[in-house]
Write a protein that binds this ligand. Sequence first.
Ligand SMILES: *Cc1c(COP(=O)(O)O)cnc(C)c1O
Length: 408
Amino acid sequence: MFDLSSIERFEQIATPFYYYDMELLDRTLDTLVELSGKYGVRVHYAVKANVERRILQKISARGLGADCVSGNEVARAIECGFPPEKIVFAGVGKSDREIYGALTAGIEAFNCESLHEIYVINAMASMYGLRARVAVRINPNIDAHTHKYVTTGLFENKFGIASHEFDDLVSLIGRCGSIDFTGLHFHIGSQIAEVSDVFSLEARRVSEIVSYFEDKGLTVNEVDFGGGLGVDYDDPDSGSVAPFETWFRAITENFPPRPGRHIHLEPGRSVVAQCGSLITRVLFVKSGETKNFLILDAGMNDLIRPALYGAYHKIENLSARFRPSFSEMQAYDVVGPVCESSDVWGQGRVLPLSVRGDIMAIRSAGAYGQVMASRYNLKDFAPAVFSDTPWDAPAYVDYFASGHAERV
Ligand SMILES: *Cc1c(COP(=O)(O)O)cnc(C)c1O
């Protein structure tokens, strides 16, 4: 975690910024690599969770593959050391340009999400005299028991191919001369907390679907269960490494192995969420009619998850402990500066008595944080700072007595 005691005059560092604890990322990757060997699963990091080059390079160096959802992600993954033959490419709306780029790069597989897409990829491969490896994303109609915006495996969602098209799918694959069918792909949602129950159910359902297609004469060698493993947002310190083993076990115990068949997984959030924090400062303390507000300099433009999903992030005051009054606590509504009422970090959060200039951490911000940042309100992008890289902290420019100015 970000440690202010190692920084001289921390009151003056420029905020907000994303801080990445690379030692924690290493420990997470150690666990993931060890367990993927133990359970014989192939792991593709879901690049969309965090696309910082330093992070991608660290992950590719450990031999993991990549799961991409755009042409630019495929290009970024290759740039950062992922071999094309370990890159899979999903997404319901791949453009011709994106398909062409991935075809010529020679990726491991297109995870196709509609019959129409398979048809187009086959036509393009044929036109350019190339072959496309294709896996088909199936919608297994499983409730992941997570937020409705991050549920992807129900029939009401736009993802994957549903059962009423299975027969047409088999016949289409038979007619496509420029594709090599590799297997089936699934991804039922994100931030899944009931790991054992949901993934055991997914594995059993997948096993039935695989049998269905094999009965129809297709050989399903690659079975990709997607990502979705949840992390502990309430307690990022004791839950710093996600429960990868519970996940791997739920799947491998409920999906019978077969020679020549490989299980693939695509964790995103569970790899990078806990290593990132958004570091921000208190600009103002305001007493409202019924509550106290802490107004931070980071907002929904930097990290949209609370505004978009009502997501919970733990908030810590990192600098209060350097004051004698540290033990005093107070409830605050912690908000950002953006002109939207949804720009709220948390309501009724009990924190040490906080003052202008305090440095705060929004925890578990490594996944779906920096990648979703925008310049709404023409705010600047928060830069990334890495724990293993010397950092010349830029100074916070204030025009008033900085630091711990007393409350008015
Ligand atoms: C987003 C996504 C993932 C990663 O999901 P996490 O919840 O971050 O693990 C994996 N596969 C596909 C196809 C995705 O779209």
